[in-house]
Design a protein around this ligand. Structure first.
Ligand code: PXL
Length: 264
């Protein structure tokens, strides 16, 4: 039987992030990708590539998840990407409660450019209260790790403290805190905290431009590997290798102030 990996995520039309990236990553790791779309993001060429954001109706999100679980009885591993609104979060939380997936990888996309700060705060709080209780793995970047833990992350030590605090305060079994290229030093370091130990995943930093879709790729690769039955430590190692390769292979010379990952 084919291994199915599910993403509940937003569309990023240009193909560099979101559901498009999730599907490409799932495919590159030999899993059959299914997607329930939560929202549609368009980078606006007339407004400095800021995000235009349109949510998908909450009932339509419910229908998509029902379709996936109805068709694929073995779909037990899901990645949650951008949700964006409180009704979306509530619909997804309802389906997570109904389905009891074995692995729920939450990429806590906390803010999206283009959303007003007031709405963003509501969605951030709802994500914490309603989605994280279902997470088996959460993959915050430096900003998200700071927000979720209340610890200002400035280096590897504080990244580890934040990962531990998220595990303890929010009761998520596995925290993959992504230092990525943001922290000082020559290496892009990500950390897994499994409730007992820290494991560091390191690669040399590549290039000097922001790369869209790296976080999505890492979380999607963890999801694909867990779906195939890997343990969390092996899954994160494959994910680190996959994202490093996708960054090496990035799409450059775009008119945007960032490059885009490519899993091809
Ligand atoms: O990389 C975060 C992200 C996730 N999901 C969608 C996005 C983005 C960033 O642009 O557009 C849909």
């Amino acid at each position: 039987m084919v291994t199915v990996a599910v993403a509940i995520a937003g569309s990023e039309a240009t193909g560099g992030a979101g559901a498009q990236t999730d599907l490409k990553t799932f495919h590159s790791l030999g899993t059959f990708g299914a997607v329930a779309l939560t929202c549609i993001v368009s980078f606006d060429p007339k407004d400095n590539w800021n995000h235009l954001f349109v949510p998908v109706d909450a009932d339509v999100i419910r229908q998509q998840i029902d379709a996936i679980t109805g068709v694929h009885a073995n779909a037990d591993t899901v990645k949650i990407g951008m949700l964006g609104t409180v009704p979306t979060i509530e619909a997804v939380a309802e389906k997570l409660a109904e389905n009891e997936f074995a692995n729920v990888v939450v990429d806590p996309v906390l803010i999206c450019k283009g959303q007003e700060p007031g709405a963003a705060l509501d969605t951030d709080n709802a994500l914490k209260a309603k989605i994280l209780p279902f997470a088996t793995v959460v993959t915050p970047n430096v900003f998200e790790a700071s927000q979720l833990s209340g610890i200002e992350v400035t280096d590897l030590e504080t990244l580890k403290e934040a990962a531990k605090a998220i595990h303890e305060k929010l009761a998520v079994p596995y925290v993959v805190a992504k230092g990525g290229a943001v922290l000082p030093g020559e290496d892009a370091v990500d950390v897994l905290y499994d409730g007992t130990d820290f494991t560091e995943y390191r690669e040399k930093k590549i290039g000097d431009r922001y790369i869209s879709g790296a976080g999505c790729t890492l979380a999607a690769a963890i999801t694909a590997e867990l779906a195939k039955g890997a343990d969390i430590h092996a899954a994160v190692q494959v994910a680190k290798d996959t994202v490093t390769e996708a960054i090496r292979n990035r799409v450059t010379d775009l008119p945007t102030p960032f490059d885009e990952v490519y899993q091809g």
